[in-house]
Unconditional design. Structure first.
Length: 689
């Protein structure tokens, strides 16, 4: 159950200082308190055989999470609540804006600013009662020192007993906040009657996060970690002379804008523009300590592997977390973590466009346009402690156990608070020592400004204003979007090698190469004030009816193919091996065989595969959607009106098929087995007075 209690207050005023000078001012305060109550709240995990010590470490008493590979199509969890399903979130924002418009001769000058303060008081434990993973690893033999890409079964590993990995978190209650500042000035200059030039610049700055109790940390790659004597250490804000900010403020965000409108012929206008747009917004950040980095969020992990594919002797589910718990605040040496880095860069987007508009009639506009954009420094969470792919030629040596160099004079491990690569044992996996920071597991840089995208699109648009009862808009776009990172929240693909993003550059997950959309409103020409049947009984029955609709036709998105990654390089994935084009000849494609599945296979162990992140020439099913409505307004009295509406969503009942299963190892590989978007019809009456 989710509860939410939003509150908003707004005060605004417009002041005319003199006929050519107008000011607009606005202040607002917003507060929202939301919380969840999972069904399993209060569950005692000792009922499952776990020790009392694990229960004592729980942040919240809820059912633990079990994720079992292969048990369903997505390979996701089958038992227990998902991450952060138990939370309390109190958000607060205050905003002040001021804008001034000054008209002087041929110039219209606008200037203004914005200040926003946002605060998030959040308690959202990530894995308060534990996460237990059961992959194919323990049942994919046959040799303990070699892995197979086609053998093993997650549920068989589950029946075996010990999980392949387990973790539990200790989470802080944050009182985090940010401030946002922006100023702009813009001049619209009418150079001649048929030529207008627009020039402007905008500056934006958003402070890094702070916490009222300094419960934030960041990773400094240049500071020596005392136990391992290696560079790289998690540091805490507001301590040891450190700033209260997680990173160095980025204040050089100046965004120029320029635009030209030129009526070079009667009824024909050429428009072009260019601008830079920064995106300093929170991007969903602030909803939990996992987003703001580790240190005060401490994860205790236990990976039950002695050597590849073999659990430790005596390992069970109950004792899988029988290790010293990491108590925050902690530098998390020996563990994986997600955190900020000192260098902070605000992402921005360069946009440019060129269009020609022509009035075909006094009511109809035709526009042909080209639109381009370039995204730079796109934020993405990226592992910066992955082993270099150049080491893949080492083969089975990567999994070999070697003496742990981080030990004391008696050979005892110095690092005992984590188990990355067996760093808390006398012997350590060789691949762990190849990491840039071998004293840590994966180091995921929170909001790493590493992404890049490019978009080109051509649009044809017709816009008809209300005339003879009809308003119509029609648009067709042909475009291409390429990037090297996936969208953080809705992305369907993943990195191949976080050290080499050029391998991941491909057509974007969300690319729609062709889109057709139209919407219309039509007033039937019957009834009072219309062309026909202005009086009488038929006028009363047929008058005042109106219909409207929206039609959308979209080409499918690129198909995503995934395979078993057996690189044995921590942090480095792999693509499938594509043998030839998977696109089927015309007429052979069906829901049961969307593409030629024999065109793909799992990569061999210690290889990266040869496929792309997405399939540029293989698309999922397109979308066809027709929404219609029919309405009639009837005036009963001068101040009383009755409206009837009939609405048909997906009126033609076109199914919206899901994406084809792209997992090479799935029994349904190449098939479309999901769908949605049934036709919905609803009727409504509205009485207004």
């Amino acid at each position: 159950m989710i509860e939410s209690h939003p509150r908003t207050a707004v005060l605004s005023d417009t002041i005319t200082f003199r006929p050519d000078l107008v000011g607009e001012f606005r202040a607002s305060i917003t507060r929202n308190v939301s919380q969840t109550h999972p069904r399993s709240a209060g569950f005692d995990l000792t009922q499952l055989g776990f020790p009392q010590s694990l229960k004592d470490h729980e942040e919240a008493l809820i059912f633990p999470r079990f994720e079992i590979t292969d048990l369903n199509n997505s390979g996701s969890a089958v038992l227990g609540p998902d991450r952060a399903s138990f939370f309390f979130d109190a958000e607060f924002a205050e905003q002040f804006q001021g804008h001034v418009t000054w008209v002087r001769g041929n110039h219209t000058i606008k200037s203004g600013g914005d200040f926003t303060f946002t605060a998030f008081n959040v308690n959202r434990p990530e894995r308060p009662s534990g996460l237990f993973n059961f992959t194919r690893a323990f049942t994919q033999g046959p040799l303990s020192s070699n892995s197979s890409t086609t053998a093993g079964y997650g549920f068989a590993t589950f029946l075996l007993g010990p999980p392949t990995s387990a973790s539990i978190t200790a989470d802080p209650t944050l009182a985090a906040s940010q401030k946002f500042y922006s100023f702009y000035v813009n001049d619209e200059w009418k150079v001649r009657r048929n030529l207008t030039l627009t020039l402007g610049v905008r500056w934006e700055y958003q402070t890094p996060w702070t916490d009222r109790f300094n419960q934030l940390a960041y990773f400094d790659p240049n500071i020596v970690e005392p136990l391992s004597k290696k560079n790289g250490l998690l540091r805490f804000v507001g301590r040891d002379g450190n700033s209260r900010y997680q990173s160095i403020p980025d204040k050089n965000n100046f965004a120029p804008r320029v635009g030209v409108a030129w009526q070079f012929r009667q009824n024909t206008v050429l428009r072009l523009g260019y601008g830079i747009f920064y995106y300093p917004g929170s991007g969903g950040i602030g909803s939990g300590s996992s987003d703001l980095g580790a240190g005060f969020l401490a994860t205790t992990s236990s990976q039950s592997l002695a050597i590849s594919n073999t659990p430790n002797a005596g390992a069970t589910l109950a004792n899988s977390l029988n290790v010293p718990f990491v108590i925050p605040p902690s530098t998390l040496v020996g563990n994986s973590l997600t955190t900020a880095y000192p260098i902070w860069v605000t992402p921005f987007n360069q946009q440019w466009n060129l269009s020609i508009q022509r009035m075909l009639t006094k009511d109809t506009l035709l526009e042909v346009a080209y639109i381009g954009s370039r995204g730079e420094h796109i934020w993405i969470n990226r592992n910066l402690n992955a082993v270099s792919a150049s080491n893949i030629t080492l083969g089975t040596t990567l999994d070999s156990l070697v003496p742990n160099p981080f030990v004391d004079a008696n050979g005892n491990p110095l690092i005992t608070t984590g188990s990355a690569g067996r760093i808390n044992q006398r012997t350590i996996t060789y691949s762990q020592l190849l990491r840039p920071f071998p004293q840590y597991g994966d180091i995921t840089r929170f909001r790493d400004p590493a992404g890049d995208s490019i978009y080109h699109g051509a649009t044809l648009r017709i816009n008809r204003r209300m005339a003879t009862g009809l308003t119509l808009q029609v648009a067709y776009t042909a475009s291409k979007l390429m990037d090297n990172v996936t969208e953080r929240f809705s992305g369907r693909s993943s990195f191949i090698d976080p050290n080499n993003l050029s391998l991941s550059r491909s057509v974007s997950d969300e690319d729609r190469s062709q889109v057709f959309q139209t919407n219309y409103v039509y007033q039937f020409p019957f009834g009072k004030g219309q062309r026909w049947l202005r009086k009488g009984l038929l006028s009363s029955l047929l008058g005042n009816w109106q219909t409207s609709g929206v039609v959308s036709l979209l080409k499918g998105r690129p198909v995503i193919i995934t395979a078993t990654a057996a690189t044995h390089l921590p942090g480095v994935g792999a693509t499938a091996v594509r043998l030839y084009s998977p696109v089927l000849p015309a007429g052979q494609q069906s829901l049961d065989r969307w593409f030629d599945t024999k065109a793909f296979m799992n990569p061999a162990p210690f290889t990266l595969g040869n496929d792309s992140r997405t399939q540029p020439n293989l698309r999922g099913p397109g979308e066809q959607n027709f929404n219609l409505s029919l309405s009639r307004s009837q005036r009963i009295k001068e101040s009383v009106n009755l409206q009837f509406r009939a609405e048909f969503f997906n009126a033609l009942n076109h199914p919206r098929y899901g994406e084809p299963v792209g997992n090479v190892n799935d029994n349904n590989f190449g098939k479309i087995i999901t769908g949605s978007n049934p036709r919905q019809i609803q009727f409504g009456l509205r009485l207004s007075f």
